[in-house]
Design a protein around this ligand. Structure first.
Ligand SMILES: [Zn+2]
Length: 196
């Protein structure tokens, strides 16, 4: 695979891993948010029931206080009504918290879906890119039968990688671009290698 292809695929893989990480984080958050919803529902239900029972008792004590004109039932009535009211308030608070958690859970669920869609899109992008590369490679024009560089190498004196060559006459090492050998004065035909 060409280096450019590797780079594009690497970049896509990197983004796919990031999407994976996002999905994992959002799913973990979803568990965190959903766990206390049930507890809050239970607490709201329990407090509502307790509140109404205690308020019912309080109203009974009010009746008893009116009928008997004694202070004790009146005190019980006040205490019951205040406590029952506090339970109803607590139940409302739990309900509100539950509502907030449900809304957050639905936001997080949307984030999970979004990250999953992003991941699917990236996988599709990678698949299409690789198919395109495969298609491109298959349809690439065949390489010339004898590369130009090989032709030059065949007729030019050997050029060392350090830009020197061997004089064909005296075998001294001279500059590849030399037109005349500095040792023996041999005239050289300059054949610049064509890059390829
Ligand atoms: Zn020479």
């Amino acid at each position: 695979m060409a280096q450019q292809t590797v780079n594009v695929v690497d970049a896509l893989n990197e983004r796919i891993l990031m999407a994976d990480e996002k999905i994992r984080a959002a799913e973990a958050r979803l568990l965190e948010v959903e766990a206390p919803i049930g507890r809050n529902a239970l607490s709201a239900g329990g407090n509502t029931l307790l509140g109404f029972v205690v308020i019912g008792c309080g109203l009974l004590f009010v009746l008893v206080a009116i009928v008997s004109s004694k202070p004790f039932p009146a005190i019980l009535a006040v205490v019951s009504l205040v406590y029952g009211g506090s339970r109803i308030a607590a139940a409302k608070e739990r309900d509100a918290e539950m509502q907030r958690l449900r809304e957050e859970a639905s936001d997080v669920r949307r984030a999970v879906d979004k990250a999953k869609a992003e991941r699917a899109r990236l996988l599709e992008e990678r698949r299409e890119f690789l198919l395109g590369e495969e298609h491109r490679l298959r349809n690439q024009a065949p390489a010339p039968a004898v590369p130009q560089v090989a032709v030059v190498a065949a007729i030019a004196p050997p050029v060392a990688p350090d830009d020197t060559m061997e004089c064909p006459r005296c075998a001294e090492t001279i500059k590849a671009r030399a037109k005349v050998c500095r040792y023996c004065g041999h005239e050289l035909v300059v054949l610049a290698p064509t890059g390829g």
